[in-house]
Each structure stands twice: as C-alpha cells, then as structure tokens.
Design a protein around this ligand. Structure first.
Ligand SMILES: N[C@@H](CCC(=O)N[C@@H](CS)C(=O)NCC(=O)O)C(=O)O
Length: 209
C-alpha cells in the first residue's frame, strides 16, 4: 500500500524530521523522497524542505504541514485545547523557528555537516563568536524547563517536536553537545524525549546510539 504521506526533503534535515515525527505520532505511514532544497524539482517557492503530499494536497512550511496532519489525522492530539497552553506552545514553536534554528544552523550545525561530509574547513573564529550567544540561548531554555516543566507544562505537543529536533542537530556538534551537557534540565529533557517511540523511529542514520 502506498504511504499516506510523501515527504520531499533532505536526509539529514531538522524540518523533515519534524514532519516525520508528527506522522509517527499520528500513526500515518510516510516515506521520505530525498530532495535537495535547491534542486529544480523541489516545489517549495523559497527553496526549503520539506514539501509534503497528503490527501491530494501539496503542502509546504512545516507549521502548516504538522498542524494539518495533527488536525486531520490525529484529533489535534499534539495541540493543547486550552488557549493559554496553546499560546505557550505557539510561542515555543516561534522561538525554535525564529531564534534557535537560525542561530544553531548557521553557526554550528551546517558548518559541521559541511565539514564532516564535504570536508569544508571549519571557520573557528565564526564558531567562537557565536558560542556566547548559543550558551545564553541554552541557559534560557534550561531555566524555562526548571520553571514550568517542559515548555508548555503539559503533555507532549508540537513544541516538544520542534524543540527536540532543533536542539538535537546542535547536540550532535562537539560545541553544541558540550553546551547542552552544561544545562542539567535541558540534558535530562533531551534524554527523556529521545526515548519516545516517534523520536526513535525517525533517528538520523548518522546519529550515534
Ligand atoms: N520555515 C521552513 C523552514 C525549513 C528549512 O529551513 N529547512 C531547511 C532544512 S532543515 C532548508 O531547507 N535549508 C536549505 C536552505 O535554507 O538553503 C519550514 O518550517 O518548513
């Protein structure tokens, strides 16, 4: 039987994994078709991944995609019904997308991927310049978990999916791994979330056990 959700994205991609996790949570069969962000066949108008085919729809932008999947196929089980909790979830997704992802991606995650897979030399000065801002962002996350449990204080939701994927990419770099290890609440949350079935089912091949 063909997969219900066709995900066009790169193999190691934070946002592709976010969609994969939500498919797993919703019990939807899914397949990922390797598609580079800037390939001519990629249908995202701004050259990003993923793009998704589901229910006869072509969807792009992960927030739109995962909310559709959760609303149409999971009884909105990954989104709190309470308006205040929903506002907290939306805020954390925005924090992940607007601040954490660009900070981590441009300064550590992508430089390390390019270094490991394409042997591009690391720009040590650029990394050193970014580390204080990255440490501050991680300390903020750590303190927030300490104050309200995990992000929205309730059940596992879309904020958890975004934050785990964005932080996991960072954790797989040497400096990011060291930075997260210095944040006890955040480290514990990462370790606990890593045990969830949807997270295990979507592990990147390059992730160590
Ligand atoms: N706002 C987009 C962001 C997607 C995104 O940045 N994807 C990354 C891969 S994880 C990408 O396409 N990077 C390629 C590039 O920016 O050139 C979404 O939520 O879907």
């Amino acid at each position: 039987m063909p997969a219900e959700v066709r995900i066009f994205g790169t193999v190691i991609s934070t946002y592709t994994r976010i969609v994969q996790i939500v498919c797993e949570e919703a019990g939807l069969s899914h397949e990922t078709i390797a598609t580079a962000a800037h390939a001519p066949e990629n249908r995202h108008p701004f050259g990003k991944v993923p793009v998704v085919e589901v229910d006869g729809l072509d969807l792009y932008e992960s927030v739109s995609i995962v909310q559709y999947l959760d609303n149409a196929h999971n009884g909105a089980g990954l989104q709190p019904a309470d308006p205040a909790a929903r506002a907290a979830m939306d805020r954390w997704i925005a924090v992940a997308n607007n601040y954490l992802f660009p900070l981590f991606e441009h300064n550590l995650v992508m430089p390390w991927i390019m270094h490991r897979y394409a042997k591009v030399p690391l720009d040590d000065e650029k990394i050193a310049r970014a580390l204080p801002t990255i440490s501050k962002a991680l300390a903020f996350c750590d303190a927030e978990i300490a104050s309200d449990g995990a992000w929205t204080g309730g059940a596992f939701d879309l904020a958890d999916v975004y934050l785990y994927c964005v932080l996991r990419g960072l954790q797989l770099t040497p400096q990011g791994g060291a930075g997260i290890a210095q944040c006890p609440m955040l480290s514990a949350w990462m370790a606990q979330t890593a045990e969830r079935a949807s997270i295990k089912a979507t592990r990147w091949e390059s992730e160590p056990d």
